[in-house]
Every structure is written in C-alpha cells, then in structure tokens.
Ligand binder design. Structure first.
Ligand code: SF4
Length: 411
C-alpha cells in the first residue's frame, strides 16, 4: 500500500553530476586550481628532419652536409610520394655517401610498437615510440570516399582535463613538426601496401590519407610553431604532401590567443572548438583552461576565425550523462551561437562510450536525440559524430599510452 510518507517524490530538478577524476588526482597549482602546463621541456627533441625545414632550410642543410641543393627534390619525392626513408630503395642517389645523405635528412622518427585493428580492418590504431622513448598514438579510419588520420601533436598533454586519459600524465614534450608529419607518411605507406581494409578494392597504390584531424594526444595550439610547420608541409604541393587544407581539422580546447593567430594564417584549415559546456560554471571544471579564457571569449575567437577565413567552424560537444547533456544547456548553446550570427557554425555532439559505474558515461539515446533536436530547431546545424575508433579504444580523449604500454615498450 502506498502512503503519503512512502510515495516516491519525483524531483523536477534535472540531475547534475559534477566532473571529477576517477582513480587519479589532478595536479594542482599553488592556488589549488588544476595545473595547466603550456611550456614544454626542451629535452628529448629528435634530430632535425626534412619535414622540419622549409625548402630554403633544406638546401642550406644539404650544403652543410656537403651535398648539392638539388638532392632535396629527390629526397622529397622519396619521402612524400613513395613514403620511404630507406636508402637502399633510393637508387637514383649516388651509392657513395647515400647513407650519410639519407641519415642526415631523413633520420628515423617513429618506431611502431603496436598496431590494433578492428575486425574489418578499416580502423587501425598505431602506438609509436619516439626516439627518446615517449609514446604517442594515431588512428587511421577508412570511410566511404575518404581516409582520415587522427594524429597526435604532443607527447602527453598539459591541459589536465579530468575526463581525459592523455591529460593524466601531464605534458612530456612537444612533438616536432616532422614527428607529426611522419604519422601521415607512415599511414600512407601502410595504405599503399594494402594494409587498410577494403575488401572491394584491389589496388591501393593511388590511395592515401585525405583528411587529418588533430584530435589525438595533445593540445595542438599549445605547440603552435611546429603545428604550423607540419601543416605547411602537409599542404605544400611542390615540396610536401600536397593535401587540401580543408581536409585538415585543428581542434582546440580554447587557447584564445592562438586561435586568433590561426585566423591570420594564410592556410584555411577547418577549425574545431572542443566546448563540451556552454556555461562557465561547468566548463571551468570540465576544461581547466576555461579558467584562462571563458566560454564567451572562446566563442568570439571561433566567430572571428569564420570571419577571417570564411570556413565554417565546428563545435565539438561530448555528451556525458547528467553532466552536460541537459536540455537547457542545448538551448543556452544555441542562444550563444545565434547571438554571434547565422550560418557560421555547426555542432558535433559526440556520444561518449557507455561506461557502467563511471560518472563519465554515455547519455541516454533519447537525451542525445533531444539535445540534437533542440539545436537543430534553433537553426544550428547539428549532427551526432561517428565515433568509430571506440571499438579499439581510440576515440578522441582516450588516446593514451597506458602504464602497461610504457612498461612493455617505454624507454
Ligand atoms: S582532452 Fe585534449 S586538451 Fe584535454 S587533456 Fe586530453 S588531450 Fe589534452
């Protein structure tokens, strides 16, 4: 029998789960706030590589090594077109001095220590060891009509987001431009050899990575100079990979001064802001860098990116059950985006992995759909993003070398 005393009271207040780390502690600064590391230790950087240099610097380096400048063109072709750094295959170079030439310009950067693939072989996660033992990952995904590589830009990350496995260990170091580019070259080699599944195709020689997303380890805008050198090399048609800038997505948690710098570059890459909350109260906890640059400042910078480049901006929003997936937050996000004009932005909500028992778990499907509906109804184009990499634990924010990896492969 139900009595007034034991009738369950239905709360009308939506449940609010606050962000907190699980099983690890965030490093704190002197004021007790989550520590943000912007500066990278200088030690550990790899030897200079062709992809770290501008064409002019390549010619200078060759002359330093005692070789004529025109060798640069030959090396560029081997590396950016045939995806090789192996001197034994470079028979157009004189045998005498070839090893020194190739060793000086194309030093080895990434050693593959593990590869995981999905059953169909159309998604592959690589674990790479850098020359100093640091571990980073990249994820290669085949979609209909495109091949996307999710790359890392730093070993570790200094942004200390409480949901992110990569952030736990802090920043080990910035990756060099060539270490970033080499992830693409190595993926291209694998594709050319037929290593990325597509049972319907026979030859793969003409296939390569078409899209890059900087959503692996690290905050790309915290490694700005090397990021830009890597991007310039990726898009250079004469001296690099000749990719389309539009196919390259730079994603940030909101380093506002660097977003402004990116807006002034002459390379119209696709820009994505990982927002994850439209209100400062929650975002301060969810994305610690929000203590430096608030939601409105980050959105203003994103709008400025659109104004200067004409490229529509993406807002990334991981939907986390009862934490940031409330209807009112969808409405607030829509208001904030609409306040800054129409047609400049779209929103990609990202369904999180269902993780039983964790506060970091997937929103109910009905809640996801409602979130998307509210934004679309408010005139903001919104689509749930494909999180294919989940199957091999390679979805963004989960890219981390585990302690087991370090024990097995680390320096
Ligand atoms: S979510 Fe991105 S910015 Fe935040 S700690 Fe992880 S890798 Fe760094």
């Amino acid at each position: 029998m139900t009595t007034p005393e034991n009738t369950p009271v239905r709360s009308t207040t939506p449940r609010q789960v606050r962000p907190a780390t699980e099983g690890w502690s965030q490093k704190k600064d002197d004021a007790g706030r989550p520590l943000l590391q912007f500066a990278s230790p200088k030690k550990g950087m790899p030897p200079a590589h062709l992809a770290d240099m501008t064409p002019k610097e390549r010619a200078e380096k060759l002359s330093e090594l005692g070789f004529p400048a025109f060798r640069a063109k030959q090396l560029e072709k081997h590396y950016f077109t045939h995806y090789t750094s192996d001197p034994t295959t470079m028979t157009d170079l004189p045998a005498v001095g070839r090893e020194e030439l190739v060793g000086g310009m194309l030093p080895p950067l990434l050693t593959e220590v593990r590869r995981l693939e999905t059953d169909r072989g159309d998604t592959i996660k690589f674990l790479w060891k850098l020359h100093d033992g640091a571990l980073v990952e990249s994820v290669l995904m085949r979609y209909t009509g495109r091949i996307t590589l999710c790359v890392s830009s730093q070993a570790g990350c200094g942004m200390n987001c409480p949901f992110c496995a990569t952030g736990q260990a802090g920043l080990t170091r910035n990756m060099s431009a060539a270490e970033i580019v080499d992830q693409v070259v190595r993926a291209n080699r694998l594709i050319a050899e037929g290593g990325l599944g597509d049972p319907r195709r026979v030859g793969h020689e003409d296939e390569r990575v078409t899209n890059i997303v900087f959503m692996g380890m690290g905050e790309p805008l915290a490694n700005y100079k090397r990021l830009m050198q890597a991007i310039r090399t990726m898009v250079d048609k004469d001296h690099g990979l000749g990719m389309s800038a539009r196919g390259i997505t730079v994603s940030t948690v909101g380093l506002v001064p660097a977003i402004k710098k990116l807006s002034d570059e002459d390379i119209p890459v696709t820009f994505a802001l990982s927002l994850h909350a439209p209100d400062d109260v929650l975002r301060d906890e969810l994305i610690p860098v929000n203590s430096r640059w608030k939601v409105d400042e980050a959105l203003d910078a994103a709008r400025e990116y659109f104004d200067k480049t004409g490229r529509r901006v993406s807002i990334e929003y991981a939907l986390i059950k009862d934490m940031n997936d409330h209807g009112w937050r969808a409405d607030l996000l829509a208001d904030k985006l609409n306040e800054r004009g129409r047609g400049w932005v779209h929103v990609n909500p990202i369904p999180l992995n269902p993780t039983p028992g964790s506060i970091w778990t997937a929103s109910d499907v009905s809640v996801q759909n409602e979130f998307v509906r509210r934004l679309n109804d408010a005139g903001i184009p919104t689509t749930l993003r494909d999180t294919r990499g989940k199957e091999i634990d390679g979805a963004c924010g989960q890219l981390v070398a585990t302690e087991d990896d370090v024990a097995a492969y680390g320096a």
